[in-house]
Write a protein that binds this ligand. Structure first.
Ligand SMILES: Cc1cc2nc3c(=O)[nH]c(=O)nc-3n(C[C@H](O)[C@H](O)[C@H](O)COP(=O)(O)OP(=O)(O)OC[C@H]3O[C@@H](n4cnc5c(N)ncnc54)[C@H](O)[C@@H]3O)c2cc1C
Length: 473
């Protein structure tokens, strides 16, 4: 009887899971495994919270089908070898990851297991196209989104889906792993109430979120996606990051929706949303081909950018949502409370940090990766470098978001800022995005930490020093 190990990573689902399907097709016994690496600094506190609940959900889904999830801790190669010895497994299956550290680790594990005589097969569960499948005519990677988007669409997407298996082979009773609680993924101080009320980690939660999005927000997405005061986007990002739902499933569902409803407006909204999903592909494409960009600017001229060095107090105020700039503080408090922040507000908050405050973008990226439930090295790196002006397709250096006009445009009644900043409840709409100008500024809300005009000039001067056109590669 052939036995295979199925190593779950960021593919925590049973539907449309190529590694699971391959394992079942080639082996009679399949042992689902998750390996926690306690010394791995990769995941922030909010992600670890999500991971705990997602693993619990996956285990429950496996048990409903007659199997269960084996949890082990330690370096993956050691854990896999130990289990191979204990179970007599001859094959190991997993779905690929694209973060530089994971790519390097997978290569080592694959080579070592093959040297041991074990068959290893990896698949793509996370992307519509592999990072190496969409390349320019000269076989180099894209650095401009629209060109990437056009090429990806021209290539097309393989949208064949597979259902979750209805039954799975049981695990040997003697095979034991760690208890989920022993992985200590949950916070010791219970700050996670907001996360618990906002999210349902796991595959069922992902499907529920998709259904709600198709019913309530796909139609009108183009109009609403920039409005943090409305629920105009899918909020599928953490589910996508943990692989609880596949982008193929999302694309198929959206295409089915537009085909059945036959509405030109809906078609445009769907196109706009799929474009965002392909931004995610582009982010993975960039990180895969330029792995150093997780820490360093893609545009090498920015390596010596004159960031401030005495920024500790400003960074702390930004993190706490106490900059005195309402749209930024509301976003930072939404992030702290729910583990998520609206995309438009992420851009404005990142612009204040990297441009008005001249704090290195890596500091902001680190904070996001610790506090976001959707923290994703590829998307976070792309987002921060885009705003800071040093990445692919980056915002031009002179585009410095004015948080007051952005707030007035995208949160016109101030509903969003008042939701997260009760201190502003009584400030009239006209001043809610700039309370320091109100006839009676609110007593419990701080004045702005930076003068927006002067800090803009300072940023322009710093950026001007390196603004000579970058060579387009
Ligand atoms: C500074 C900054 C940091 C960011 N950090 C992250 C991060 O760590 N993880 C993360 O998933 N996204 C990140 N983003 C991108 C974006 O803000 C989120 O993906 C989006 O807000 C998620 O909400 P949603 O699922 O409702 O998005 P929707 O609008 O419903 O979009 C659907 C999906 O497309 C993808 N997507 C949407 N916008 C982008 C984008 N600009 N770049 C890449 N993929 C995108 C996401 O997977 C998203 O779930 C960041 C953006 C900025 C400006």
């Amino acid at each position: 009887m052939t036995t295979a190990l199925l190593w779950f990573r960021r593919d925590l689902r049973l539907t449309d899971n190529p590694a699971l399907n391959a394992a079942l097709a080639h082996s009679e016994k399949v042992i689902p495994l998750y390996v926690d690496m306690p010394e791995d600094p990769g995941e922030g506190a909010a992600s670890r919270w999500w991971l705990h609940h997602s693993l619990a959900a996956l285990d429950a889904d496996l048990r409903r089908r007659g199997s269960r999830l084996l949890l082990r801790q330690g370096p993956p190669l050691e854990v896999l070898r130990e289990l191979i010895k204990a179970t007599g497994a001859r094959q190991v299956y997993w779905n690929r990851r694209y973060e530089p550290a994971a790519v390097a680790q997978d290569r080592i594990v694959k080579d070592a297991l093959r040297n041991d005589g074990i068959a290893v097969a990896d698949s793509n569960a996370a992307l519509l196209n592999e990072p190496w499948q969409v390349l320019k005519a000269d076989a180099t990677p894209y650095r401009v989104f629209t060109a990437y988007w056009n090429a990806a669409r021209k290539r097309g997407f393989d949208l064949a889906l597979t259902a979750a298996p209805s039954a799975l082979p049981p695990l040997p009773a003697a095979l034991h792993g760690n208890a989920l609680d022993a992985l200590a993924l949950l916070p010791r101080v219970p700050w996670d109430q907001g996360l618990r009320t906002h999210w349902q980690p796991g595959e069922n939660g992902a499907h529920a979120r998709l259904a709600a999005f198709l019913d309530e927000a796909l139609s009108g997405y183009g109009r609403e996606r920039d409005r943090p005061d409305h629920a105009g986007t899918s909020r599928l990002s953490p589910h996508l990051h943990f692989g609880e739902i596949s982008p193929r499933r999302l694309m198929t569902a959206v295409e089915h929706c537009t085909a059945t409803r036959r509405d030109a407006g809906l078609l445009q909204d769907a196109e706009g949303w799929l474009r965002q999903l392909v931004w995610r592909e582009f982010a993975h494409h960039l990180l895969y081909h330029y792995p150093h960009t997780a820490h360093e600017p893609l545009d090498a001229r920015y390596a010596h950018f004159p960031w401030r060095s005495d920024y500790g107090a400003d960074l702390a105020a930004w993190q706490r949502g106490a900059t005195g700039i309402p749209i930024v503080d509301a976003g930072m408090r939404e992030l702290w409370h729910t583990g998520w922040m609206h995309n438009r507000v992420r851009m404005i908050a990142a612009s204040l940090l990297s441009k008005n405050l001249l704090i290195p973008w890596q500091e902001g990226a680190r904070w996001f990766s610790d506090t976001l439930v959707d923290a994703d090295l590829a998307n976070n790196t792309l987002g921060w470098q885009w705003v800071a002006g040093c990445g692919a397709d980056a915002a031009p250096y002179f585009r410095i978001f004015n948080p007051v006009t952005q707030g007035e445009k995208f949160d016109p009644q101030g509903d969003y800022v008042r939701r997260w900043l009760p201190e502003l409840a009584a400030v009239p709409d006209k001043y809610v995005q700039q309370p320091w100008n109100a006839p009676q500024p609110p007593a419990r809300y701080p004045p702005p930490r930076v003068d927006l005009k002067a800090s803009r000039e300072r940023a322009l001067a710093a950026y001007a020093a390196i603004k000579d056109p970058a060579p387009r590669l």
